[in-house]
Design a protein around this ligand. Structure first.
Ligand code: AMP
Ligand code: ZN
Length: 115
């Protein structure tokens, strides 16, 4: 999508501090980190949120691929003591960027429940 900030990052139209990239996904540091490590994992395909993901073989492949890469990215980031993966969805979820993303947070003891 042309006016989507994360599509622009995926297309390299705007810069980001990338930690992992392959043909289907990208991981980059959040601009406003909420933990010592705060990275965003996005599929390169535009989905507005998890609500946009279908049962198609393509969507299952993309989401399955992304989720099975999480532990590799956690290893790159040396999150050896654990981490949290979260996706905010819609208004109540406090989603602010309308391109599906997963927050990967770590390197501090995270509190539960989130606010
Ligand atoms: P959410 O509120 O769950 O939609 O998360 C959006 C996240 O994107 C926030 O944590 C923002 O700090 C982050 N963010 C927004 N724009 C950028 C950007 N250009 N580069 C990196 N992170 C961004
Ligand atoms: Zn997008």
């Amino acid at each position: 999508m042309s006016d989507c900030i994360f599509c622009k990052i995926a297309n390299k139209d705007i810069p980001a501090k990338i930690v992992f990239e392959d043909e289907q996904m990208l991981a980059f540091h959040d601009l406003e980190p909420q933990a010592p490590v705060h990275v965003l994992l996005i599929p390169k395909k535009h989905f507005a949120s998890l609500n946009d993901v279908t049962q198609s073989a393509e969507d299952k492949e993309i989401l399955g691929h992304l989720l099975t890469k999480v532990h590799e990215i956690a290893e790159i980031l040396e999150l050896d003591n654990g981490y949290r993966l979260v996706s905010n969805c819609g208004e109540d979820g406090m989603q602010t960027v309308q391109h599906l993303h997963f927050h990967l947070l770590g390197k501090r003891k995270l509190t539960w429940p989130p606010g």
